[in-house]
Design a protein. Structure first.
Length: 193
């Protein structure tokens, strides 16, 4: 019997992953930066940073936005080249940035241990805690960059096999496959694919 996709745990995006995906998609991306930077206004930055620890009563400062952009670059480096020497350098940078945040264990919930931030920037803490949670539970590898060069949107791979290539098959996957088909057809002298 097929499982309902809405109740299948593998198809549900954890809140930490959704927040990191949203943050990474604030960067300029796509062909000719089709999707512009969205951390340049207070409103857009607030919307992206609230799920990551920005207090409701606080507007992000230019310094905090600059710090978040820097962290976002580090995370994109980890995502784009997970097994390279560049990734090792990015992990070291992330470790350095995370050292500005102090966490303590909270045992108040029976049977659970939660990390609670006790000092440091709440947004940097929220980002590093979310990334740590994703890495610890093995779901960081589900974060992907769309294979469509004109898109490059970050998404959470919900497939069981963890082989999703496009953020949306209907748009990016279909376009890529049609373009590939047309290129193969054009390359053959008889016009067949």
């Amino acid at each position: 019997m097929a499982r309902n996709e809405e109740t299948d745990p593998a198809r549900q995006i954890p809140p930490a992953a959704a927040a990191i995906v949203a943050l990474l998609n604030t960067r300029p991306h796509g062909a000719d930066h089709l999707f512009p930077e969205t951390l340049h206004t207070t409103e857009e930055a607030s919307a992206a940073l609230r799920p990551l620890g920005l207090p409701d009563t606080v507007a992000p400062t230019p310094e905090r936005i600059a710090e978040v952009r820097s962290l976002r670059t580090i995370l994109m480096g980890l995502l784009s080249a997970p097994d390279s020497a560049e990734a090792a350098a990015r992990r070291a940078e992330l470790t350095e940035r995370a050292s500005s945040v102090a966490l303590s264990q909270d045992f108040s919930v029976p049977g659970k241990v939660q990390l609670r931030q006790v000092s440091g920037d709440p947004v940097v803490g929220g980002i590093t805690r979310a990334v740590a949670d994703l890495m610890a539970d093995g779901t960081w590898s589900r974060l992907r960059v769309c294979d469509n060069e004109g898109c490059q949107r970050v998404f959470y791979d919900t497939t069981r096999s963890r082989t999703q290539r496009w953020h949306s098959y209907a748009t990016c996957g279909n376009r890529t496959n049609v373009a590939s088909y047309r290129a193969r057809k054009k390359a053959r002298p008889d016009g067949r694919p």
